[in-house]
Design a protein around this ligand. Structure first.
Ligand code: AMP
Length: 318
């Protein structure tokens, strides 16, 4: 069984370096650092590191370690929450002796010596809690600090238990996790409170989104608009859900202009959108995906394709 194989590997190695995807979100950090702390607590003599670029907005949640290249020589590398190698934060993952993939995205890019992919899991953090629970000898330890990371990851990827990926298991795990001591209110504030600049940009989004008869919605956040609101592209993660509650929207897309690329963040209430994202250098889940385009012309083509997907979805739904 794959969880046992992973545990055996963890026991075998003295040095373990854990990676996750670029532009980290709560699930990426929660699974990465939750696993790190489980290993550290359970096997105190092992050297365990979490690496990758940081997002200052998530400093409150988890911080990264600095690791020299030489440390990789005899290391086991575990990569959490990252479907494809192109999105792994910190390319040095290749320097490790063996690689383990732990993820809940569709396995379009199988990589690693051991793979544990469970697309039925709400989040990779939920899988890490699964990993802790599977082991019956109670060698693996858990505490409030880890519960906070895992709970935060689950909350982040389920949109606070809203998205259909939230299962009965997710709720059971959440109930167990909140029995550990950690400050849930502080965690929610850290994850969801926004600065007035983001709030005003949210106002702009609500004033300016398009909505087609097929239920396709889009919004362009140009550099000019972002600068005017003093919002960095990385902070737009807190805006993408804004259109989710609006009646008749089936799928929606945010285009966020960065220095050399236009970032695409796409969400859906039914039509499958990750195949479309894959066509535009991206990927993700059936109802939440990301991609990138180079020009506004290409963005237009993305909109046309999304429109078609929404139109077809209406046809099949009736
Ligand atoms: P985001 O809009 O960044 O929150 O991403 C939504 C989902 O799509 C997440 O599960 C990401 O892991 C995935 N995703 C975002 N961008 C990409 C990309 N360029 N390639 C593959 N998956 C992506």
């Amino acid at each position: 069984m794959v969880k046992q194989l992973i545990l055996d590997k963890i026991k075998e190695y003295e040095t373990i370096i854990i990676h996750r995807h670029v532009r980290p979100d709560a699930d990426a950090l929660g699974s990465q650092c939750g696993l790190k702390e489980i290993i550290r607590l359970s096997f105190p003599t092992k050297k365990v590191y979490a690496v990758g670029e940081e997002d200052p907005a998530l400093h409150f949640f988890a911080r990264m370690d600095n690791v020299n290249d030489e440390i990789y020589n005899d290391a086991l590398v575990i990569i959490c929450d990252t479907a494809n190698t192109g999105r792994i934060s910190d390319e040095r993952y290749k320097l490790g002796k063996e690689i383990i993939k732990i993820d809940h995205h569709p396995n379009n890019d199988p990589y690693g010596d051991i793979m544990w992919v469970d697309t039925s899991a709400s989040s990779t953090s939920e899988m890490i809690y699964d990993f802790f629970k599977f082991e019956e000898k109670k060698e693996l330890q858990f505490n409030g600090q880890i519960a906070r990371l895992i709970y935060g990851g689950i909350v982040g990827d389920t949109g606070r238990f809203l998205f259909p990926s939230t299962s009965d298991k997710t709720f059971r795990y959440a109930a167990e996790l909140i029995e550990y001591p950690f400050d849930r209110t502080k965690l929610y504030n850290g994850l969801y409170s926004v600065g007035d600049n983001i709030a005003r940009l949210r106002g702009y989004v609500l004033q300016n989104f398009t909505l087609s008869p097929n239920g396709m919605s889009s919004i362009k956040l140009t550099k000019e608009i972002l600068d005017k609101h003093k919002v960095e592209p990385i902070d737009t993660g807190k805006l993408v859900g804004t259109l989710g509650d609006i009646e008749n929207i089936k799928a929606w897309v945010f285009f966020i202009e960065e220095d050399d690329v236009i970032r695409v963040r796409v969400r859906s209430k039914g039509p499958v959108i990750n195949d479309l994202a894959a066509k535009f250098n991206g990927g993700g889940h059936p109802l939440a995906a990301g991609a990138s385009v180079k020009t506004w012309e290409e963005a237009k083509r993305f909109i046309t394709d999304l429109e078609e997907i929404c139109a077809n979805h209406i046809e099949t739904a009736h």
